[in-house]
Unconditional design. Structure first.
Lengths: 501, 321, 327, 391
């Protein structure tokens, strides 16, 4: 920053919610043309800081400065007008609206109060071009586009504004491969235009590659800040969690010989391919790799009985399982979905109720809930999984992402499943909690549970799996045993560029 | 949020309708002391019973993020069926009640089918079945319901036990039963989970279509019971009443604090709302404000009650950030 | 560009002809309308295709159309307005009372009454957007309050509109009732508002996801207020039309309009969750209702069957064309 | 900032509009004469006599002295301008009816239909479903099918303009079982007089309590003519003649037995001396409510239903009933036909129906018939059976 006044600076931000101090004197300063990474565990206060910087929330104490002048945003509109734009972690693309309308959302161009469609198209086209979506049909509904395109539309929307500070809140959390690269390209070019970028990510390698500066948040405070060169990944992790996390991936125990689930000629609904043959052993951990939309999730869901089959058979413990969610659950095949807030939890229920949601019959006697048994169940799972909640009565919606994920896991573990299916088990979860979940998966496998997980995070796939299936265009195109697993090979298969399979 | 905070705001949400009730009671006591004479009190108690029974059913439907506008039609249907089948004879009553219950359950099932299978918004689905059921009644009775209500139903609608109207007792028992089911059984838990997040509930192995259907059928059956109570209360087929109970049952639950978005609300809150509404209705008649004043005050109280809840709720919500 | 994008795009590109798409575009109701018109033509062409009958259908569309179009704007924001019937009643009554037969007063009173409708909308909008009360409850309350105020003013007919006004409401040229102009103008204005102004885009955005809209700088509060203002204005316009047709003020004139209006909007393919729906569909829904109502008299259908048929048509239309993801 | 601007603009608009509106000018005429046809109405002794007859019957039956008949403009309408040769298929007469929303309407429409069949009239029917807004459209639709004449059972005042449009189109309109504002141009009104009903009940009440005491008034549906006009007539009478009668409470019960009973129950504690009401639903509710409270039932009024007579047949209750007979629709039809034949018709036909008190209850009770029957009925036994009203 070489002494120049930073474009955006926050000093000593404090924000308190009833019972929680989300920010406790956090500061950050970002100069023009720089990419400033903001990292920290979930619940460290990153999102709250973004919400304050963008006027969505007002700080209890501390100040925000723009070009050295103290500003006080009354709402997002004022922040946007001042040139502070954010692209949020949760997509704010409106599915029912066209690409054009989505890019122009909140910044309509009008002439004498009437929409100026020519100008709108021009602006949108230009912004989309800057994110590499130059040839997309402006009239298409956003819901018809891929997740990656929608993420890019969000960025285009920000670029169409007179933006001086661009805040990107985990823009790559849902992306992989080329899509990820294209975002990186966009970020670099935006910074090169002299815009200050605040970049939030859990992918620390990405941060190393992209950022000029980094600020680490922990417990609502900025514990460390400096040029990225001074930080390697282990150091960032150390600062984030306040301790060393040496070995993220413990060594796997060899799996058993018993076949828990066998799949023969399985074709998910809408699939006209040759069908999948596959055996899953007790204690085995299988990773499903592939690009977004490659059919990973669909395959996982077909295992879980959700979505129907075009053909094929699944047997668990030698007994055939009909298609259907309930049949699968009864057979001990359960799915921890990617969208835990949408598909995993009733956020308005207390934690104890979500823990017992799938095994409600187990804590009821003849339909009557046994409160004490339920509390005991909660305590058991809290200990086993290290759920951090204020108590069994806390509303699940108030927990952090990692803890919510643990509650979903707990919900299924109480049904004593034989096959645990996980879709993006650590998406949006911080490093500390990730390690805990990896350890847990290993432990469950060691106890004889079979695990299949799908993930976009290659490190995760490589580190955790004993076997990897690679999907492309809805089919399993490659199988790799642990000793053959390497990231490059997986990518080749996923893109269909290598000689493999 | 810590536990004490959660409890406090929960307490607040619960207290809001109670506070409203107390305010109305005090205002009523000041403006028209005669409201608390025995005959008026009995009337209030009866109103609590009649509105309450329908409001309980409505609560179940609201908890699964639905709404039932066909309640009134089912009440009318019940009276018509009982009158036509028994024509005043007590002997035929049991069968008539079964017929009415079957018809009511049929309407509930129709609602459920439209909502679950076809995904029609509950508001429209139940409005459509309201029109349809009223249509069936008119088509079959040709506008003039035949037969009469057997005197046996009088016990249910107009008798008193120890000075307390039977409908109130029925309501009290039902409220207790529904309250316990919601709070203490796995069925109740499934209902809340389904209302809060149907997708997550289904993914957790809960048969959500069954849960939703049960709520609609139960609501219709409560309406049948309300129809029997009403028929017993007056001893005649009342073709006019039905429309009002639609709105009143919803209003009672909503005043109490049951959310229209599903999964939020308890029977206790509904009971509070019912008490408030029943007192209000009788008080307005007692005041003699005229129909205009009655409607205006009713509207204002609904607004006030929800406003009060909003104040306590806004604290609770802000935690999410 | 990126393969990931391309891959998923290809998988989704296959053209699908499913009901929900058709329903959302608002075409579905027009298919039902066409079927109904065809049926009526086959059944009784000489009765249906008379200038008189067409005028009847168009006339029956006016009041319901006005409130439905207003309702549509509110529904697009994810809201609902249960008070339109009461608002129409009150404004119509006020118009008749204030005009009271003085020709000079007609125009200012019409403006004043429209302003009252708009004020009702501002009230709704502020309670919903600022105080954040649920629209259903707010408008249920005002449904009672506005009808109550109407009854407080009078419970028997009173007031009188001018001859010019009532003539405008009652006269027709051939098959074209003059009052239909009001509906055309209203639909044109609202269409302009929805599709050609920033406000219209914002209405869809707020209905689609109000949090997302807010954080992207869409003025959510004012968008909501404007939506309810449009709804209130059109309810007042409907009230004036009711009064003009009645020639005198009645405290019960608009009762029951709200449910028909909501039904017309939903059957027209708009989602009660907001963000999806078209004006074309809503107008189709209104036409459908007008056709049903006028057919009862045209075909001399046994009166006891009216409600039954009405119920069956609404259920059938809802069950077939209101698609699952529109919930 | 947004809303403040809007408030300002709206407020300003409202204010200026109101100021403008208040500026003088002259009022348009309301065409006070009963017939829009203008000048075709001659005073007629026979019409006046017929009108008074219903009043006299009431006076005698209710044992009232000096029942004051309010001034009404009565005359005989010259109908020659509507005279029309009867077509081979019979006259086509439109009937804008209430629709089968209750037994009164069902009987009303059945009677019309039967009579039309007898007279060889082609009936063109429209149901308003009890809704005035719907009836407005109905009238237009009926008029567009060019009937020879139209009979309207008015649901509310909002139909006035559309009726006017129909009369302007040259269709003679008969208001039936209710009144429509004179500005509508109806040729003749055939109904039991609202004034008669309201005043008859009021005078009887006054007599029961010797002109002083506390009473309540309960009427049907707010804003509906059949409920509002008798109430208005009674209120005027009480105000003029009986200053010592205090009207403690005015309520509506929507003609719902349940509401009637709950409203009456809330009045029990008010120590009323009598209750004025416009229907036997209400009278029934009053009886039930007082009986349940264990209090003596106050004198009550209403129209005449079998349900009420059945309920009180063994009880000692003082009441005065004045029927509002549903089958007056036949008289409406006859009037319409007279108009088409060019015969002079009265501008107002006061439908005769026997008012009676508790002394005559045995005479009018029909124990073999349903509660839904309105008495006394002129429908034949077969018709009653086909409507499932009697055995």
């Amino acid at each position: 920053m070489s002494g120049a006044v930073p474009v955006l600076e926050a000093r000593g931000l404090v924000k308190e919610f009833p019972g929680v101090r989300a920010l406790d004197g956090a500061s950050i300063a970002c100069g023009a043309g720089h990419v400033h990474a903001l990292v920290g565990e979930n619940g460290a206060g990153k999102s709250t800081m973004v919400r304050i910087l963008t006027g969505n929330e007002s700080a209890d104490a501390g100040e925000v400065l723009l070009d050295g002048q103290v500003v006080r945003f009354g709402g997002p509109r004022e922040a946007l007008a001042a040139g502070v734009t954010a692209v949020y972690q949760e997509l704010t693309v409106l599915p029912a609206m066209s690409v054009l309308d989505n890019v122009m959302l909140g910044q309509e161009r009008t002439r004498r109060r009437v929409l100026d469609n020519r100008e709108r198209r021009r602006v949108a086209r230009e912004a989309l071009g800057r994110v590499g979506l130059g040839d997309v049909d402006l009239g298409r509904r956003a819901e018809d586009l891929s997740l990656a395109s929608r993420q890019l539309i969000e960025i285009a929307r920000a670029l169409a504004r007179e933006t001086r500070v661009l805040i990107l809140d985990e823009p790559t959390a849902v992306l992989a491969g080329e899509a990820l690269e294209s975002i990186h390209r966009v970020v670099r070019s935006v910074a090169a235009e002299g815009i200050a970028v605040i970049y939030i990510s859990h992918l620390l390698e990405e941060v190393r590659e992209l950022a000029d500066q980094v600020t680490v948040l922990r417990d609502g405070k900025d514990v460390s800040t400096g040029p990225i060169a001074a930080y390697d990944v282990p150091k960032m992790v150390r600062e984030m969690v306040g301790r060393d996390v040496d070995s993220v991936f413990p060594d796997p125990a060899p799996h058993g010989e018993e076949v828990v689930m066998s799949v023969a000629g399985l074709r998910p609904r809408g699939d006209d391919g040759p069908g999948l043959d596959f055996e899953l052993h007790a204690g085995e951990i299988v990773g499903l790799a592939g690009l977004l939309g490659s059919g990973r999730t669909r395959l996982l869901r077909t295992f879980a009985g959700d979505g129907g089959r075009s053909g094929g058979k699944i047997a668990v413990g030698g007994r055939e399982v009909r298609a259907g969610l309930h049949a699968a659950i009864d057979a001990g095949v359960v799915l921890v979905p990617e969208e835990r807030k949408v598909e995993g939890l009733a956020l308005g229920l207390p934690v104890r109720a979500n823990v017992t949601l799938a095994s409600i019959a187990g804590i009821a006697r003849g339909g009557w809930l046994d409160r004490r048994r339920e509390k005991r169940a909660y305590e058991e799972e809290r200990e086993r999984l290290g759920i951090r909640a204020s108590g069994p009565e806390q509303l699940t919606g108030q927990l952090s992402g990692g803890n919510q994920q643990k509650v979903v896991l707990a919900k299924w573990l109480r049904t004593r499943p034989r096959v645990l299916l996980l879709d993006e088990p650590t998406r949006g979860i911080d490093v500390g909690a990730k390690a805990e979940i990896y350890a847990l998966i290993r432990e469950l496998a060691a106890q004889g549970m079979a695990v299949v997980f799908a993930s976009s995070d290659l490190t995760e796939v490589v580190g955790l799996s004993q076997r990897v299936l690679v999907c492309r265009d809805g089919q399993v195109v490659g199988r790799l045993e642990r000793e053959d697993v390497d990231p490059e090979g997986i990518m080749h298969m996923a893109f269909g560029t290598g000689a493999a399979a | 949020m810590n536990r004490a905070g959660a409890l406090a705001s929960d307490f607040g949400a619960r207290v809001a309708p109670l506070a409203g009730l107390v305010i109305v009671l005090i205002a009523a006591a000041i403006t028209s002391p005669s409201l608390f004479e025995s005959s008026n009190l009995r009337l209030i108690l009866f109103q609590i019973g009649l509105i309450g029974i329908t409001a309980l059913g409505q609560t179940l439907v609201l908890l699964v993020a639905g709404i039932d506008l066909s309640v009134g039609a089912v009440i009318g249907l019940t009276a018509v069926i009982v009158a036509a089948h028994t024509d005043g004879s007590d002997g035929a009553l049991p069968v008539a009640i079964l017929l009415a219950a079957a018809a009511g359950a049929g309407v509930g099932l129709l609602n459920a089918l439209l909502v679950i299978v076809r995904g029609v918004p509950p508001f429209v689905a139940t409005f459509a079945s309201f029109v349809l059921v009223e249509g069936v009644i008119t088509a079959v009775t040709r506008g003039a319901p035949s037969g009469s209500i057997p005197s046996g139903l009088h016990t249910l609608g107009a008798d008193r036990v120890a000075g307390i109207p039977v409908p109130l007792l029925v309501f009290a028992v039902l409220a207790l039963v529904v309250g316990v089911i919601l709070a203490r059984t796995s069925a109740g838990r499934r209902l809340y989970a389904t209302g809060l997040n149907p997708r997550a509930a289904a993914m957790s192995g809960i048969r959500t279509p069954l849960v939703v259907a049960s709520a609609y059928v139960a609501c219709a059956l409560f309406a049948v019971l309300a129809g029997l109570v009403d028929a017993g209360y007056i001893g005649y087929v009342d073709a006019q009443l039905s429309r009002e109970l639609n709105l009143e049952s919803i209003a009672a639950a909503v005043i109490g604090g049951v959310a229209l978005t599903g999964g939020e609300g308890t029977v206790g809150q509904t009971v509070c709302g019912v008490l408030l509404l029943a007192v209000l209705l009788v008080w307005m008649v007692e005041l003699g404000t005229g129909v205009g004043g009655q409607l205006a005050v009713e509207g204002a109280v609904i607004l006030g009650a929800v406003w009060l809840q909003r104040q306590t709720l806004s604290q609770k919500r802000s935690v999410k950030g | 560009m990126s393969t990931a994008v391309a891959t998923t795009a290809r998988a989704r590109q296959r053209p699908r002809l499913d009901f929900s798409r058709v329903a959302r575009s608002g075409l579905a109701t027009w298919i039902v309308v066409a079927a109904l018109v065809l049926g009526l033509t086959v059944h009784d062409a000489s009765g249906f295709w008379t200038t008189g009958n067409i005028a009847n259908v168009l006339t029956a569309m006016v009041v319901l159309g006005l409130v439905s179009v207003g309702q549509n704007v509110v529904v697009l924001t994810g809201g609902i307005d249960l008070s339109v019937g009461s608002a129409a009643t009150l404004t119509g009554l006020l118009a008749a009372i204030m005009i009271d037969g003085y020709p000079e007063r007609a125009i200012p009173v019409v403006i004043a009454v429209l302003a009252i409708g708009a004020l009702i909308g501002v009230g709704h909008g502020l309670l919903i957007a600022r105080v954040k009360l649920p629209p259903f409850v707010v408008t249920l309350a005002t449904f009672f309050i506005l009808q109550g105020v109407a009854f407080m003013i009078t419970s028997s007919p009173t007031g009188q509109v001018t001859k010019n006004l009532s003539n405008f409401a009652l006269e027709k040229t051939g098959f074209f009732p003059h009052a239909f102009i009001v509906l055309i103008v209203a639909v044109a204005l609202v269409a302009f508002l929805l599709y050609r102004t920033a406000l219209g885009r914002n209405v869809y955005a707020v209905g689609g996801d109000s949090e997302a809209a807010r954080s992207n700088g869409v003025p959510v509060t004012s968008t909501l207020v404007w939506a309810y203002v449009v709804c209130g204005l059109l309810a007042a316009a409907a009230g004036i039309m009711l009064a003009a047709r009645a020639t005198i003020g009645s405290p019960t004139a608009g009762q029951g309009l709200e449910l028909s209006a909501i039904a017309a909007v939903v059957i027209g393919g708009s989602s009660l969750m907001g963000g999806r729906g078209t004006l074309v569909g809503t107008v189709g829904g209104v036409l459908l209702f007008a056709l049903i109502e006028t057919s009862f008299t045209l075909l001399q259908i046994e009166a006891t069957l009216n409600d039954l048929i009405r119920g069956l048509v609404i259920i059938a239309a809802a069950a077939i064309f209101v698609s699952k993801d529109d919930r | 900032m947004f809303s403040r601007r809007v408030w300002f603009v709206l407020g300003l608009g409202l204010l200026s509009a109101l100021v403008l509106a208040a500026c003088g000018g002259s009022k348009e005429g309301t065409e006070e004469t009963a017939t829009a046809s203008g000048g075709g109405c001659k005073p007629s002794k026979s019409v006046e006599t017929a009108y008074d007859k219903a009043w006299e019957q009431g006076e005698q039956a209710l044992e009232l002295t000096k029942l004051e008949i309010p001034k009404t403009e009565l005359c005989e309408v010259d109908t020659s301008k509507w005279q029309k040769e009867e077509p081979s298929g019979g006259y086509k007469i439109a009937f804008a009816a209430q629709g089968p929303t209750n037994s009164w309407a069902a009987e009303n429409e059945e009677a019309f239909k039967t009579k039309a069949g007898e007279l060889g009239v082609e009936e063109l029917y429209a149901s308003a479903d009890g809704d005035a807004t719907k009836q407005v459209d109905n009238i237009q639709q009926l008029a567009s099918q060019e009937p020879d004449a139209m009979v309207v059972v008015p649901m509310g005042s909002s139909i006035t303009g559309q009726v006017k449009a129909a009369t302007a189109q040259g269709i003679p309109v008969v208001a039936c079982a209710g009144t429509i504002a004179p500005s509508s141009g109806v040729v003749s009104t055939v109904t039991r007089s609202y004034e008669l009903q309201g005043r008859l009940w009021a005078e009887w009440i006054a007599k029961q309590i010797d002109g002083k005491g506390r009473i309540a008034m309960i009427s049907g549906i707010a804003g509906v003519p059949t409920a509002e006009y008798p109430k208005k007539a009674a209120e005027e009478l009480f105000a003029e003649k009986y200053p010592e009668i205090e009207i403690v409470s005015k309520q509506y019960d929507d003609w719902s037995p349940t509401k009637a009973k709950t409203v009456a129950a809330s009045l029990v504690s008010k120590n009323l001396d009598a209750i004025w009401s416009d229907s036997s639903f209400t009278a029934l509710g009053v009886y039930e409510a007082y009986k349940e409270a264990g209090r003596p039932v106050p004198p009550v009024t209403g129209d005449a239903s079998n349900a009420y007579l059945k309920a009180i047949q063994n009880a000692d209750v003082k009441f005065a009933l004045s029927p509002f007979p549903p089958e007056m629709s036949t008289q409406c039809l006859e009037t319409a036909i007279s108009i088409l034949k060019g015969e002079p018709v009265p501008n107002f036909v006061n439908v005769e129906a026997p008012a009676f008190t508790d002394k005559e209850k045995e005479k009018y009770l029909r124990p073999e018939c349903s509660e839904n029957l309105w008495i006394p009925t002129k429908l034949s036994d077969e018709e009653l059976k086909s409507l499932k009203l009697c055995e």
